[in-house]
Design a protein around this ligand. Structure first.
Ligand SMILES: [Zn+2]
Ligand SMILES: [Zn+2]
Length: 217
């Protein structure tokens, strides 16, 4: 009898959720006349695009509206000396000092690949500089390279994360829009100054031309 009641409760809960999901308001977004529909690589809908651009413009104007807070601390008291980079392309393994830029990249491979889909503009990451087999230019400083297809026009552009600080900023890109709060990570440490948040996000979601167009330079 108890079980039956529970099942009924579950069924009811299920139907409420389903209802909530289908009851999304059909919003009418103002049309943007000059955005050319040249690409099929659209990661977000027109409505989402507008929400994101308006949020970026609004936090540029008033960064204080975003709540910055610090959460858990992941620092290990005694980190191991070495860490292993497992190449997502060839599977090859390369050892790095745990507390180096390369080591920090190695420790983030899985999480980064899992989180890419949370970025509002389609983004790919190239780890090849960190793999002893895939790396082409061994002499140069390794770079974590990203390719993003502009949220607005769909054109691709490149950017990099070349320091531990920049690696720690990457989760800022996983925030949802409109931006209302930001997790600064480690207590007492700041990933980004509030005044720079709009610029940081704009530079990684929009191509230079679209940044200019929307007053986000
Ligand atoms: Zn490789
Ligand atoms: Zn663009």
């Amino acid at each position: 009898m108890k079980k039956k009641a529970l099942l009924l409760a579950l069924a009811l809960a299920g139907s409420t959720t389903a209802h909530a999901q289908t009851a999304v308001q059909p919003e009418t977004a103002p049309k943007e006349s000059d955005s050319s529909e040249t690409t099929s690589q659209k990661a977000v809908s027109e409505i989402d695009k507008l929400t994101i651009i308006e949020s970026l413009q609004s936090i540029k104007k008033d960064p204080s509206q975003v709540k910055f807070h610090s959460a858990m601390c992941y620092d290990m008291a005694m980190p191991p000396e070495y860490t292993t980079f497992s190449c997502p392309t060839c599977g090859g393994e390369t050892q790095y000092h745990y507390q180096s830029y390369q080591g920090e990249v190695a420790n983030r491979v899985a999480h980064l690949l899992r989180s890419l889909s949370q970025i509002k503009a389609k983004t790919e990451v190239d780890f090849s500089d960190f793999c002893s087999k895939c790396s082409k230019d061994n002499d140069d400083q390794p770079e974590l390279r990203f390719t993003t297809w502009c949220l607005d026009c769909g054109k691709s552009f490149g950017w990099t994360a070349n320091s531990i600080d920049e690696l720690e900023q990457l989760p800022l890109l996983f925030t949802s829009f409109p931006v209302t709060e930001v997790d600064q990570g480690h207590l007492g440490q700041q990933k980004i100054e509030p005044e720079k948040l709009s610029e940081y996000l704009s530079n990684r979601l929009l191509c230079p031309a679209c940044r200019e167009k929307h007053g986000l330079k």
